[in-house]
Design a protein. Structure first.
Length: 201
């Protein structure tokens, strides 16, 4: 028996490969159910099932409707943070969102991507992973894309449509593709609370 790259597999390797495939299918079904949960217009309902699936969600934090994800178990969200409609949260590696973080609609956070130079581009071997860390009081504008291995420092602001490919220092304002520093947040003494989310979002 051979895998899709033509490598011969031992009996033990074949069993391990089969078990990984079964685990993958179970995860895909779980993620499908969570996508369905994400359409229900009740924050309490969604939070209950997201936490049940392994997402750590702090006090007062909310994920709005339409969230898409790849693996829930590596996602952690701090206190008083809001994730907007249609966000993509990738848990294939660690994704940590701090306290008082405002994530606008349609933001995509990917901590795994294909290595275009790898000979087995489409296999697990051809995937590059890296954690994403979003520190406290960060604001991420609509349709931002954040790529693997990035840390966004405390109080930073990411302008709408930016593609973040490298770390952002605290209180920087960044924008563009790829994102570059375009300013600095004037207030460095942040103490605000984002407060209650809209009921039916």
């Amino acid at each position: 028996m051979q895998d899709k790259t033509g490598k011969s597999l031992t009996k033990d390797e074949l069993i391990k490969k089969g078990m990984r495939r079964i685990e993958s299918v179970i995860l895909e079904f779980e993620v499908f159910l969570l996508h369905c949960v994400g359409q229900v217009p009740s924050h309490h309902f969604r939070r209950f099932f997201y936490r049940l699936a392994g997402i750590k969600i702090g006090s007062g934090s909310t994920i709005h409707t339409g969230m898409r994800l790849y693996d829930p178990k590596n996602i952690a969200i701090g206190n008083d943070s809001i994730v907007g409609e249609g966000a993509v949260l990738d848990g294939r590696d660690s994704l940590a969102i701090g306290d008082h973080v405002a994530v606008a609609s349609d933001v995509m956070m990917y901590n795994a991507e294909h290595n275009i130079h790898h000979e087995h581009f489409a296999s697990d071997e051809g995937i590059t992973r890296g954690p994403i860390i979003i520190d406290d009081y960060v604001f991420i504008g609509p349709r931002v894309i954040i790529l693997p291995g990035v840390r966004i420092g405390k109080g930073a602001v990411v302008a709408a449509g930016a593609v973040v490919t490298k770390d952002i220092v605290p209180f920087a304002i960044v924008g563009g593709v790829p994102a570059k520093v375009i300013g600095e947040r004037k207030n460095h003494d942040l103490h605000y609370h984002l407060g209650r989310a809209r009921w039916f979002r």
